[in-house]
Structures are given as structure tokens and as C-alpha cells.
Design a binder for this molecule. Structure first.
Ligand code: FAD
Length: 309
């Protein structure tokens, strides 16, 4: 089995998701090639070579790929898939954008959002907002799939020398133009990759009072998350939303504060290793998935907990 991993990167930095993708890919085979698309990729290629298990780095460098937009590149990517048993990418915005078009070019089905690998052709993926798990078996000659990276551990480092291949790249005719890049500046860890996440719900009542969540997150070195109700109420920006229509997280510790536990929220956090819920209603559904539950008023519990820590 030879597996082609398409890696994301930004401004010379490899995305953390690639470490998790490599772990998933190693369950499929030993020959792991990582494809990088962009321009001036030498620095990123070095970062990829250092990931344990990677056997080759393939560079598709062209000035028309410098923006990171992947529109128009699917035909070339499909041609680079030749000879591989699997082509995998993280189930991120980019993965969900590029891979279905690559699958269509190859004439095979798209296998989306897998969370477990049972064999080279059998995978598990959540459906109905995570309420059921589908087992998917594919007979396609190449399996094209996106991977929910939070379901796989990060790969370690290696010092082995890895071959680097430069691919001939034709000019890409992109129908999308990059006008501006607006990155959220935060000193906190990235929500999707954080080991600790503290999330607040509607009960926080205001943007100012949401600072109680931020204080606890900072004390624990964690990321801040939120329910959709908190986002809709304007307490935080929507990039912090956890759930079916937000981010899917699986940290070591997830603390849900003033969140009822609607299925759409659970779909984004119930795979967390340890779940702590703080809610004043002892019947709140969040307690059904919580490892530790504290029934109490968050406005007295949170300051006391943060002070104690
Ligand atoms: P509520 O349901 O209002 O719960 C507030 C909780 O706070 C209650 O349990 C209450 O007991 C508790 N509380 C109140 N005061 C205090 C206090 N002083 N101290 C302690 N506890 C207190 N939701 C998401 O989160 N993420 C999603 O991605 C998402 N996607 C959706 C997609 C669709 C298609 C739909 C229809 C809905 C989606 N939702 C999503 C919304 C979801 O159904 C819920 O409405 C939402 O999660 C509720 O947010 P909440 O728990 O903060 O608010």
C-alpha cells in the first residue's frame, strides 16, 4: 500500500493536522508520501521530513499556487494520485473542498470524515451528527478520504533521510481570487488542537461575563470554546463554536459551563477524554456524557474554581 497524504500549511508552517494524518495513514500502510502544494516549499518540506513514518515528500511548487487557494488544481492532483492505494487529507475546509473534486476526477466515491480504520478498505465515520457510526467498505481502486484528525494521535519525530521529489506543475487557472487574509490573533492554543478546552454557553449572559470562561481557560493553559447559543448572542466570535456546525474537538479535558448539552453541541465534543460539566440544572443532558458533574451556579462556582487553581 502506498498512501498519498495531502498536507496543509500556511506561511511556511506545516499544519498540526498533518501529524495526526500520518498516524492514521500508518494504519493503512508503510509507504507514506506527503504532497505539498504551494510555492517556495523547501522549509515546509523539511518539517514534513521530520515526521515519523514519512517516506517521501512530493513538492508541487508554482507561483500560481502561492495563495493557498486550491480551486483549479484538482485535475493535476488526480494525476499525481496514480499508483496509490489511498489519498488522504484532513477533514478541514480545504480537505472538504479539494478531495471530492479529486475523487470525481478519478471516478471513485468520496469517503468523508473517517474516525477509525478497520482495514485497508473499511472505515468508520459518524453520521446523523454523531448519533450513529457508519461502517463503510469501499472497493474503489483508490480510496479518497478525509480524516477527522482529532480521532488520531499525533505522530512523533524521525531523523531518517526522506526523498524529496519535485513534480512538474502546469499553471493553475484559479477562478477564485485571494483579496485579504484575516487571521484571528490569539495567545491561547488553537481550539481544534488544544489539550484543554473550556466552553461557555448561553448562561454566561453577556460578552463581559464570558470573561469568567477566559480566566479559567487561561489558568489551565487551554482554549476557549462556546455553544452556538453563546455565539448567536454575540458573546464570542463564531470561530469558537463547538458542535455539529462548529468545530469538532477531542481534548484531554473539556469543561462545559452553562451549556445544556443539546445533541448538536455533543456532536462536537463528546469524544473528549474527560468531560466536566457545570450547570445549575441537575437534569441537564450534558450530565449524561460528563465524567464529572458539578450542580451549581456558574457565577459563584467559576470564580471559586479559578481562584483555587
Ligand atoms: P441553553 O440550551 O439555553 O442552555 C443553557 C444552560 O445553562 C441550561 O442547561 C441551564 O440550566 C444552564 N444555566 C443557566 N443559568 C446557569 C447558571 N447561572 N449557572 C450554571 N448553569 C446555568 N449548538 C452548538 O452548541 N453547536 C453547534 O454546532 C450547533 N449546531 C446546530 C445545528 C442545527 C442545525 C441546529 C438546529 C442547532 C444547532 N445548535 C448547535 C444549537 C443547539 O440545538 C442548542 O440550541 C445550543 O447548543 C444551546 O446552547 P446552550 O447550551 O448554551 O444554551
Amino acid at each position: 500500500m502506498s498512501i498519498l497524504i495531502i498536507a496543509e500549511h500556511q506561511q511556511g508552517l506545516l499544519a498540526n493536522s498533518v501529524l495526526h494524518l500520518v498516524t492514521a495513514a500508518r494504519l493503512l500502510g508503510d509507504d507514506l508520501h506527503v504532497l505539498l502544494l504551494g510555492d517556495q516549499l523547501t522549509e515546509v518540506a523539511t518539517q514534513v521530513s521530520a515526521i515519523h513514518g514519512v517516506t517521501k515528500v512530493r513538492l508541487a511548487e508554482h507561483r500560481t499556487l502561492a495563495t493557498g487557494l486550491l480551486d483549479g488544481v484538482d485535475k493535476q492532483v488526480a494525476s499525481w494520485c496514480d499508483g496509490y492505494s489511498h489519498c488522504v487529507m484532513a477533514a478541514t475546509t480545504m480537505g472538504k473542498d479539494l478531495l471530492p473534486r479529486v475523487a470525481a476526477r478519478l471516478g471513485v466515491e468520496m469517503i468523508s470524515d473517517i474516525t477509525a480504520i478497520e482495514g485497508h478498505d473499511t472505515f468508520l465515520r459518524p453520521i446523523y451528527a454523531g448519533n450513529a457510526i457508519a461502517k463503510v467498505a469501499s472497493s474503489a481502486p483508490i480510496k479518497v478520504m478525509t480524516v477527522r484528525t482529532s480521532a488520531f494521535a499525533a505522530a512523533g519525530a524521525q531523523t531518517a533521510t526522506v526523498a524529496i521529489e519535485r513534480l512538474p506543475v502546469a499553471e493553475v487557472h484559479c477562478r477564485t481570487r485571494l483579496i485579504e487574509r484575516q487571521a484571528v490573533q490569539s495567545t491561547r492554543p488553537d481550539l481544534a488542537a488544544a489539550r484543554v478546552v473550556v466552553s461557555g454557553g448561553r448562561a454566561l449572559g453577556s460578552k463581559a461575563q464570558f470573561a469568567l470562561i477566559e480566566a479559567l481557560a487561561d489558568k489551565l493553559g487551554g482554549a476557549v470554546g462556546a455553544s452556538r447559543a453563546a455565539v448567536d448572542a454575540g458573546y464570542v466570535t463564531n470561530d469558537l463554536q463547538v458542535g455539529q456546525t462548529g468545530k469538532v474537538v477531542a481534548p484531554d479535558l473539556y469543561i462545559a459551563v452553562g451549556i445544556s448539552g443539546a445533541i448538536q453541541h455533543l456532536a462536537g465534543m463528546k469524544e473528549s477524554k474527560v468531560i466536566v460539566a457545570i450547570n445549575k440544572d441537575s437534569d441537564a443532558p450534558i450530565f449524561q456524557v460528563a465524567d464529572y458533574g458539578l450542580v451549581g451556579d456558574l457565577f459563584s462556582v467559576l470564580p471559586a474554581l479559578t481562584a483555587k487553581l
